[in-house]
Design a protein around this ligand. Structure first.
Ligand code: G6Q
Length: 548
């Protein structure tokens, strides 16, 4: 099969880029007072202004043609139809069914999955209501005050990110904790602060075989049994979320306390499933269902809106534009919202695990183009005092998404005004830059002259023309958050289609799972023979001598 880079649409974009290079964004704005109006779109409470990008209407038109060439429409239809588009794992990709609030049938292998989805939602509601009301009691008959989610990767990052984002909705009696790392300090530090009598552990693992999660879960189990003096306590202090009932039973958790999901839900797309249980415990089932509703509204938009008005399609195409035509190696996610402080880490997994690949769907190696960018970021305004220097004046082009909620959850109006002013000022400055003449004029006003003026003017010049998307939520609510996350999930899908990737497997993750289990016995037995490279052998010996 031909690579997308051989298509006339790709060539047309290359030529167009060469032409466009002569016109900076500054000039595009100056020549068209309606630019922002024409390059903004709303879906419910989510507003996207993508006018501060190095594009014209022609660019958009050519990018949409590229999407057509890549068969985006057909692949999107296959996705929603439950076709097994995850070819290497022979699975459908249907996390949209988990939040399908319309309840129209969605099928995998000809079977409507909605009844199972709704049954688990009902089970979750009953559990969450008992937990929040205090009806669920621990072994010593006390209500739960602390919830510890034990999971890693997709069974951790989504729940943490959303739970943190929805902090204003937390139940007042409950505190969440998330233990993911196998580094014992993560569990040890968490357990130090917990009373076993009032703690509930949620063991979250799709496969229920992940070494880190099972190690942490066994440690937590020992803690409960030891402190409460009875194996019977496990039933009151442990629930599981998994696709693997037999493994859950083996661990000793009663299947009645197990919340199920299915193999057509990828780990990093699973926060909408029972993997979202810690979220629901903290914010309540109504708010959790609002989160699902927001994501569903974005699914419907993605499924039906024309490409030129379709937020995930637009964001996906803009990403391709910079990654492939401007050689942008990374993409920054900059939430101007402290509640969204884990969004960059969450999107790092969602995007990089999905599109960090170099094999095409049918097995050909990719040589002629780059795929998924490095995703990174931190909340603003903190980032401004750290890495924004490089975004403004570095030699690399770093497209960035700026995300903000107009209405805050607090009453500190002055803080919000300053936050919004910074959000606006940064995207404006990145677009406009500052010419050498402007820098000189500013310095002259301060009375600086001669060689010093020349030196400072060149250091205080900003190239500008640096692209940003502005994403504005009316307010950070379960609904708008659901929309935001679903928008990014579909953006990732769009890019995967353009790059001809299977965005839904993760062989790099599986490799990590295999490798450590090979070396583990060599740390358990100090005399085990070593047959690695000299560096690894040396490190094993170095560690053996210092540890245990
Ligand atoms: C996500 C990945 C990976 C996975 C973890 C945890 O898409 O597959 O991050 O979520 O490795 O796996 P389990 O849920 O099976 O423990």
């Amino acid at each position: 099969m031909h690579a997308i880079t051989d298509s006339p649409e790709w060539k047309a974009l290359q030529n167009h880029k060469a032409e466009l290079e002569r016109t900076p964004m500054r000039a595009l704005f100056a020549s068209d007072p309606k630019r922002a109006e024409r390059m903004s779109r709303s879906v419910g409470p989510l507003f996207l202004d993508f006018s501060k990008n190095r594009i014209t209407e022609e660019t958009l038109h050519l990018l949409v043609k590229l999407a057509e060439r890549a068969q985006l429409r057909q692949t999107r239809d296959q996705l929603f139809a439950g076709d097994k588009i995850n070819l290497t794992e022979d699975r459908a990709v249907l996390h949209m069914a988990l939040r399908n609030r319309s309840n129209r049938p969605m099928c995998v292998g000809g079977v409507d999955v909605m009844p199972q989805v709704n049954a688990v939602l009902t089970q979750m509601r009953a559990f969450v209501e008992r937990l929040q009301s205090g009806a669920w009691r621990g072994h010593t008959n006390k209500p739960v005050t602390d919830i510890v989610n034990i999971g890693i990767g997709g069974s951790d990052l989504g729940p943490v990110m959303v739970t943190e984002a929805l902090r204003p909705y937390w139940h007042p009696r409950l505190q969440p904790h998330f233990v993911s790392n196998v580094d014992g300090s993560h569990m040890a530090e968490t357990l130090k602060r917990l009373d076993p009598e009032t703690t509930l552990f949620i063991v979250a693992s799709k496969t229920f075989t992940t070494q880190e999660t099972l190690t942490n879960a066994h440690t937590a189990r020992n803690f409960v049994v030891e402190k409460l003096g009875s194996e019977a306590a496990v039933a009151k202090h442990f629930v599981a979320v998994s696709t693997a009932e037999a493994e859950v039973k083996k661990f000793g958790i009663n299947p009645a306390n197990m919340f199920q999901f299915w193999d057509w839900v990828g780990g990093r797309y699973s926060l909408w499933s029972a993997i979202g249980l810690p979220i629901a415990c903290m914010v309540g089932m109504d708010a959790f269902e609002e989160l699902l509703g927001g994501a569903h509204a974005m699914d419907e938009h993605f499924r039906t809106a024309p490409f030129a008005d379709n937020l995930p399609v637009l964001l996906g195409l803009l990403g391709v534009w910079y990654a492939n035509f401007f050689d942008a190696a990374s993409h920054a996610v900059l939430p101007y919202d402290q509640y969204l402080h884990r969004l960059p880490a969450y999107l790092q997994q969602a995007d990089m695990e999905s599109n960090g690949k170099s094999t095409r769907r049918h097995g050909e190696r990719i040589g002629a183009y780059t795929t998924g960018p490095i995703i990174w970021g931190e909340p603003g305004t903190n980032g401004q005092h750290a890495f924004y220097q490089l975004i403004h004046q570095g030699t690399r082009l770093i497209p960035a998404d700026f995300i903000v909620a107009a209405k805050p959850h607090h009453a500190l109006k002055n803080h919000q005004r300053i936050l919004l002013a910074n959000f606006l000022a940064q995207t404006e400055a990145l677009m406009l830059g500052k010419t050498q003449d402007e820098a000189r004029a500013e310095l002259e006003k301060q009375g600086i002259q001669g060689d010093r003026l020349t030196l400072l003017a060149s250091h205080k010049t900003f190239p500008g023309n640096r692209p940003t998307n502005s994403i504005v939520l009316d307010e950070l609510t379960p609904t708008s958050l659901g929309m935001l996350v679903s928008m990014y999930e579909h953006k990732i899908f769009v890019q995967g289609v353009l790059w001809d990737l299977n965005s839904y497997d993760q062989w790099g993750v599986e490799l990590g799972k295999q490798l450590a289990s090979k070396i583990l016995p060599e740390l358990q037995d100090a005399n085990a023979p070593l047959a690695h490279d000299s560096s690894t052998n040396g490190l094993v010996q170095h560690l053996r001598a210092r540890w245990s």
